[in-house]
Design a binder for this molecule. Structure first.
Ligand SMILES: [Zn+2]
Length: 249
């Protein structure tokens, strides 16, 4: 890092901020750039996606000239925007659970595991981790997730400001993806297997087992229009479809 890093904050302090040893200093963008450059240098001739960059207003100029900064001036690049209604982010957070052993995330309502448990004391259903090594560990919610999107309101607003600025930037090709589709338009635009299902559970006392029902998940978008949420694979297909255009192929 000594040969790559350039910045005002001394390198050892910047690394302390990175490793969470110090909250005294914000992680400088200059260090992030040096780290990315190092990672890229390890793999020649590969396409790379950088998730969540730029994340703040001061990173926007860096993102516009990112390939120049990395020494890949003649390589094509593009921005990818994903439009996800806040209502969907909120619901995904509220029902999110993680495995206490392997920490894999799932979602009680939207991304279930194979085995579902029922806690008779609390009358609650819970997911059991699919990882064989976890021996059906009971997955549980993370602290703060029940607050939903309000727990990350600052982050959401910061992201929104960055995206709105970035959308106006000329010169870099853009790919636009959407997570939600109005229910009224779904029939002609997508197939049912592209939609995120919602799971509901009931307990069959007689047989002592949990029964699962699956319906397409309907959620109002930010304007209150009833919408479906696309499964990740369907959004990826949208990405693949637009990449040749973004690369002028
Ligand atoms: Zn697990």
């Amino acid at each position: 890092m000594k040969t790559r890093y350039r910045g005002a904050l001394p390198l050892d302090q910047a690394i302390d901020a990175l490793l969470g040893r110090s909250t005294a200093n914000l992680l400088p963008t200059e260090l992030i750039l040096a780290l990315i450059e190092y990672e890229i240098s390890k793999d020649e001739k590969k396409a790379i996606f950088i998730d969540g960059f730029p994340r703040s207003m001061d990173q926007i100029s860096y993102s516009l000239y990112f390939r120049e900064l990395m020494g890949y001036r003649d390589n094509p690049d593009f921005f990818v925007f994903i439009d996800v209604p806040e209502t969907i982010i909120g619901e995904r957070m509220k029902n999110r659970v993680v495995c206490p052993k392997c920490h894999v995330p799932r979602n009680l309502k939207l991304l279930r595991t194979k085995d579902i448990g029922y806690d008779k004391d609390t009358k609650e259903f819970y997911l059991m981790c699919d990882n064989p090594q976890c021996e059906k560990a009971r997955m549980s919610a993370k602290e703060g997730d029940d607050l939903g999107i309000e727990a990350i309101r600052d982050r959401i607003e910061a992201d929104k400001a960055v995206m709105q600025t970035l959308l106006k930037m000329e010169g870099v090709p853009k790919v636009y993806l959407r997570n939600a589709i109005p229910v009224a338009e779904a029939a002609q635009a997508v197939d049912p297997y592209e939609l995120t299902p919602a799971y509901e559970y009931s307990y069959n006392e007689k047989e002592g087992k949990v029964e699962v029902t699956e319906t397409p998940w309907t959620v109002p978008d930010e304007d209150g229009v009833p919408s479906y949420s696309l499964l990740p694979a369907a959004v990826v297909v949208g990405l693949i479809k637009q990449i040749p255009g973004a690369l002028h192929l």
